[in-house]
Design a protein around this ligand. Structure first.
Ligand SMILES: O=C([O-])CC(=O)C(=O)O
Ligand SMILES: [Mg+2]
Length: 585
């Protein structure tokens, strides 16, 4: 390839867009129609049908991709519920990948609630019924000693990103065992839909060590191991073997995103692996970045400087601790000492306010450094009246935790209270958008992890923001893959949070938004990737050399193209001495 419209040479990019160079596929005949990567449905041209040996295997009409999109959308609307829409879209992904991604990217705000939260949560709960065709790899505790062999069964060699779960904490739904596989699949669909990561570079992985969810173990159509979770040494050995096998099979630049592990493993595994492998934990670090971005944007509405805010976290798990730690970095950057920053952050868990020497105990691990010198207080209502926060952030998957009294109190304490109900899916949110606006006379600055529709209150329309790590992980992944960032530091996540918050315009703020609209998530993710790459080069974290001159073009070059390839090879041009009648014999 010579150069694109912007003059960037393909050779500068980490991954050349091989799609457009495919020319003639190796597969022919009916097999090409059975391969979702190559299949074009009724968009195969007459020439292609003849050349590939599929003429007559399709009805005679040609339906180009535009018409196919129309057909998919008509069907999509026809389904009566979201779970059926999920199954329908997964079927499309299994049949025709390019069409699937074209439909998703063109209708991202309509499609995200289906292929991602909240519907993906419901799909995981019913995965035995939803399951049609396997996707990704299943590695079980019985495969100890053979993990590399399993990775070798994956047919693609140039995998660049893995999303892995052990299914122990699927969204806020708890232990769903192997049914949790819907999450890595959904996350990786967003890698492509939001950030244009090539689908063939992506691999979803389920590590099945059993499930402690008895109902799921007894489900007659359960797809995983029917045993209690294996913990301790064998568990650690399996994860360790997996990490090493990934490097052996796909190289040390292969990104490994940890997703929806239980708290007790998530922090531990992050600490063990973060400096040795190209890895991050989305629930700790991705969620942290999106929440801090939302907080930074909220301050433009509340006009309360970061250093004067007081935050209460409902929950002290992966999300809360992750957000709190990144927030501390942001507060310190704004001029406070670390000690002062810690004093602005209060945590609440199932045993009440996290204080030193709590009679009810339970302050261990990551929570310890957040424990305050304060009297124990049990109920969230009392905690809020005593601590007088400017912001409350819910991430404990306790639906209704922000009750009317609490929301009203937040409205009494603040001109513009910040209320983030981040637990997923929607059924686990701490309050609804409507409840937050109604209880605060429309003054709440509200965001939630799962989407809520606009709310009309006293003639004004509010657009609640979706504070979901989907605004972060696709852009991070694209940046990591394209620029070979191996060490994904906390500063990368802080830079991501700052970049995202800077993409929130005054117009967005006027609509009550603290994130750019979901329709814009693709351009947001690409810009984020570009800014992360810029940051990574400035800190010496990007190993792709030389640094490309034009980063926007560099990013554009690697992005997946949803147009169908032409399988008709370009005609050869015969040299003139052959075609010319004057050719000398
Ligand atoms: O998947 C989502 O919507 C966000 C997330 O990581 C979680 O809730 O675990
Ligand atoms: Mg998650």
């Amino acid at each position: 390839m010579s150069g694109n419209a912007n003059g960037v040479k393909a050779s500068e990019s980490a991954t050349t867009n091989k799609d457009v160079q495919l020319g003639r596929p190796k597969v022919r005949g009916v097999d090409i129609m059975r391969d979702p990567i190559l299949n074009k449905g009724m968009a195969f041209t007459l020439e292609e049908r003849q050349l590939l040996g599929i003429h007559g295997l399709l009805p005679p009409a040609l339906l180009d991709q535009d018409k196919q999109v129309y057909q998919v959308m008509q069907n999509f609307y026809r389904w009566g519920n979201d779970l059926d829409r999920y199954i329908f879209m997964m079927g499309l992904q299994d049949r025709c990948e390019k069409l699937f991604y074209r439909v998703i990217t063109e209708n991202i705000d309509l499609m995200m609630p289906i292929i991602y939260t909240p519907t993906v949560g419901l799909a995981c709960q019913k995965y035995g019924m939803v399951f049609r065709k396997p996707r990704g790899l299943y590695i079980t505790i019985h495969d100890l000693g053979h993990v590399y062999d399993i990775l070798c069964n994956w047919p693609v060699d140039d995998v660049k990103a893995i999303v892995v779960t052990d299914g122990e904490r699927i969204l806020g739904l708890g232990d769903l065992g192997a049914y949790g596989m819907g999450i890595p699949i959904g996350k990786l669909s967003l890698y492509t839909a939001c950030a244009g990561v090539q689908p063939r570079h992506c691999l979803p992985v389920m590590i099945d060590v059993g499930t402690n969810n008895e109902a799921i173990r007894n489900d007659p159509v359960y797809i995983g191991l029917r045993q209690k979770r294996v913990t301790g040494e064998p568990y650690d050995k399996l994860i360790d073997e997996f990490m090493k096998a990934v490097v052996k099979r796909f190289g040390k630049n292969c990104l490994i995103q940890f997703e929806d592990f239980g708290n007790h493993n998530a922090f531990r595994l992050l600490e063990t692996y973060r400096h040795k492998y190209c890895t991050f934990n989305d629930d700790i670090q991705g969620t942290a970045a999106v929440a801090v971005a939302g907080i930074l944007a909220s301050l433009k509405i509340t006009k309360v400087p970061l250093k004067d805010n007081v935050f209460i976290f409902q929950g002290a798990g992966e999300a809360s601790i992750g957000i709190a730690k990144l927030l501390i970095k942001a507060i310190v950057k704004s001029g406070r000492t670390e000690e002062q920053a810690f004093n602005q952050i209060w945590m609440v868990d199932s045993r009440g306010l996290i204080v030193k020497n709590r009679p009810k105990g339970g302050v261990t691990g990551e929570k310890v450094e957040f424990a305050k010198d304060h009297q124990p207080v049990d109920s969230l209502e009392d905690i809020i009246s005593k601590i007088k926060p400017t912001a409350i952030i819910g991430a404990a998957a306790i639906p209704g935790a922000f009750n009317e009294k609490i929301l009203k109190e937040m409205g009494n304490l603040n001109k513009r209270p910040i209320i983030f109900a981040l637990s997923n899916p929607t059924s686990k949110a701490e309050c609804t958008a409507e409840q937050a606006y109604n209880a605060t006379d429309g003054r709440a600055v509200f965001a939630s992890g799962s989407p809520f529709k606009e709310v009309s209150y006293k003639g004004k329309t509010f657009h609640p923001g979706q504070g979901n790590n989907a605004y972060i992980f696709p852009g991070v992944a694209l940046a990591v893959i394209a620029a070979n960032i191996r060490d994904i530091t906390e500063d990368v996540f802080l830079a991501s949070a700052e970049s995202l918050s800077e993409m929130v315009t005054q117009e967005h703020l006027d609509q009550g938004r603290v994130y750019p609209p979901l329709q814009d998530i693709r351009s947001v993710s690409l810009r984020l990737a570009k800014e992360i790459i810029e940051f990574a080069y400035s800190k010496g974290l990007a190993l792709h050399h030389p640094k490309p001159k034009d980063l926007a073009c560099f990013v554009e070059e690697v992005v997946y193209n949803t147009d169908y390839n032409s399988y008709v090879p370009p005609l050869y041009e015969w040299p003139e001495y052959i075609t010319s009648s004057n050719a000398k014999l």
